[in-house]
Design a protein around this ligand. Structure first.
Ligand code: G4P
Length: 520
């Protein structure tokens, strides 16, 4: 058998994933419990308590907001048993931004958390769509089983119907809320018993022997009988686990648990680490780039200015795709057709960041950026090699006209607008006639961040006038098109024509009236 190289060994140790959920489903709690189990944080003292205004280390974003710094999705690297884990945080709800979507371009799998009482919620749907479009594996954690929630079968049905993905329950809950006794792991035939005092226990069934006396002592007889019947039903009539479908994001392994009491997390992690893919390769304009390709490559998926207010620095977040990143190496930027020295690389840990000397595929490296990078840039270890192509644009849903309050600040205004657009913090459009500036964002908080940054970084006070419009689409041409007065024909940052529609109805009307125009 061929001996694997150091590079392959490092790749096989890694998992790079995001946790997605609607706010309050338990993302912060789950992240923190994983960090705690890994030993990356030492106590639950960092646990967020919204009531006491303390935030978990993983809620870095919120802390940044409070410190008045711009908003970001955070990245965390830590070791879990022998695995190197990179978790990319995806803020939800009012913190939602294009960054959130783009972060999902840099992961190999996602964990989707669902609140057992609420089922599939709006934000989960949006995030799920981006992941399923990429065809990446999705693992589902149905949380808060210690509370009365909806019936497990009903939740699985909703996942299948609303999200259009097949579900495979990896474990099955024994009761719920006050009568929650634990879960039965269908894969390893183990019963995990829930204990409110957090002294959970596990019991291995002897080849599916439901008649063991010990089980009868541990589980209420009625629940035991119901569990046995359900498991028989699932095994006989349910779908079987399909590793290929999981890999393609067509089937989701589902786990029931209770993050707050750490219940179900060790076994979830055990299965997740076994099933989730190691860092995957990527398509480029020069064919598929395998992570074990010895030549270094990576791409920038996010740029963040002023991460550290004391230094006013700008960091480009790069995902390593192949080969090895070595501090000080020369890399070729395909877009600028220039070589750049990657003098410093930073990695992000549970509560801090630090300089690193090397990194491997799946890792996220923060590069100091004096304005050299743009989102979507490919960096290669050798000259003139390839490009991974642009990252997709995500159609904004909120719009506002902006201008500098003080006309004397016009130059600073345009500089700020163009730099922040390059960073991908907002999408910027120009109207044809009046040359007005319109911003487009996917989450309204982006306006606030934009306003704050224009003031602190460029000294410009903004006049922001929100628009009632709700969707924008790029069009193949801007001649001979008929649009309503309420809609705007504008041009994006690089001059491509875009129409900003008031609502879905006007978008459909436009499609009917202009059948020859391609819109995307
Ligand atoms: P998020 O990051 O997805 O927004 O969710 P977060 O972890 O902040 O959890 C939201 C709320 O749900 C928190 O309560 C948290 O304690 C609770 N929670 C998380 N997991 C579980 C669980 O397994 N069972 C139960 N019963 N509750 C859970 P909160 O009242 O908003 O905040 P706090 O005062 O408890 O911190």
């Amino acid at each position: 058998m061929r001996k694997s190289s150091q590079l392959e060994e490092e790749i096989n140790k890694r998992k790079t994933f995001a946790i997605i959920s609607h706010p309050d489903a338990g993302k912060t709690t789950l992240t923190e419990k994983i960090l705690f189990l890994s030993g990356a944080i030492r106590s639950a003292g960092t646990v967020k308590s919204k009531k006491s205004d303390k935030y978990a280390t993983s809620d870095w974003m919120e802390m940044e907001k409070q410190r008045g710094i711009s908003i970001t999705s955070s990245v965390m690297q830590f070791t879990y048993q022998d695995n190197k884990i990179n978790i990319l945080d995806t803020p939800g709800h009012q913190d939602f931004s294009e960054d959130t979507y783009r972060t999902l371009m840099a992961v190999d799998s996602v964990v989707m958390i669902i609140d057992a009482a609420k089922g599939v919620e709006a934000q989960t749907k949006k995030l799920f769509k981006v992941c399923s479009d990429r065809g990446i594996p999705i693992f589902t954690f149905i949380n808060k089983m210690d509370r009365q929630g909806r019936e497990p079968f009903e939740l699985l049905e909703e996942i299948e119907e609303v999200l259009g993905i097949q579900s495979f329950p990896m474990n099955w809950p024994i009761g719920m809320g006050h009568s929650f006794q634990g879960v039965y792991d269908r894969v390893v035939e183990k019963v995990h018993l829930y204990n409110e005092q957090k002294e959970h226990q596990s019991y291995q069934l002897d080849k599916g022997n439901w008649n063991e006396d010990i089980l009868k002592d541990l589980i209420e007889p009625e629940q035991l009988l119901e569990l046995q019947e359900t498991i028989t039903l699932l095994n006989e009539a349910g779908d079987s686990m399909d590793l290929q479908a999981i890999k393609q994001g067509k089937q989701t392994p589902v786990f029931f648990g209770s993050a707050i009491s750490s219940f179900g997390i060790p076994s979830f992690m055990e299965h997740f680490l076994e099933l989730a893919p190691e860092p995957q390769g990527r398509d480029s304009n020069n064919g598929f780039i395998h992570p074990s390709n010895r030549d270094f490559s990576g791409f920038v998926f996010k740029i963040q200015a002023n991460m550290n207010p004391a230094h006013r620095d700008r960091i480009a977040f790069m995902r390593v795709c192949s080969g090895k990143f070595i501090k000080g190496m020369e890399a070729w930027n395909d877009r600028t057709a220039k070589s750049v020295k990657l003098a410093q690389g930073q990695q992000f840990f549970a509560a801090s960041r630090g300089n690193i000397d090397e990194a491997f595929p799946g890792d996220i490296v923060g590069l100091y950026d004096p304005g050299l990078y743009q989102i979507g840039d490919t960096l290669c270890g050798t000259k003139n090699t390839f490009s991974f192509g642009k990252l997709p644009h995500f159609p904004p849903e909120h719009f506002a006209k902006v201008r500098a309050k003080n006309a004397m600040k016009q130059k600073h205004f345009y500089k700020g607008v163009s730099q922040l657009a390059e960073e991908g913090a907002v999408q910027v459009y120009k109207t044809d006639k009046m040359e007005e500036t319109i911003l487009g964002v996917v989450g309204v908080l982006q306006f606030e961040v934009f306003e704050h940054r224009l003031k602190t970084e460029y000294g410009v006070d903004l006049d922001i006038q929100p628009l009632p419009h709700s969707c924008a689409r790029w069009v193949s041409e801007d001649k001979n098109i008929k649009i309503d007065n309420q809609n705007y024909l504008v041009h994006d940052q690089v001059g491509n024509p875009v129409i900003i529609f008031e609502n879905d109805f006007s978008l459909r009307w436009f499609k009917d009236k202009n059948p020859d125009i391609e819109i995307y």
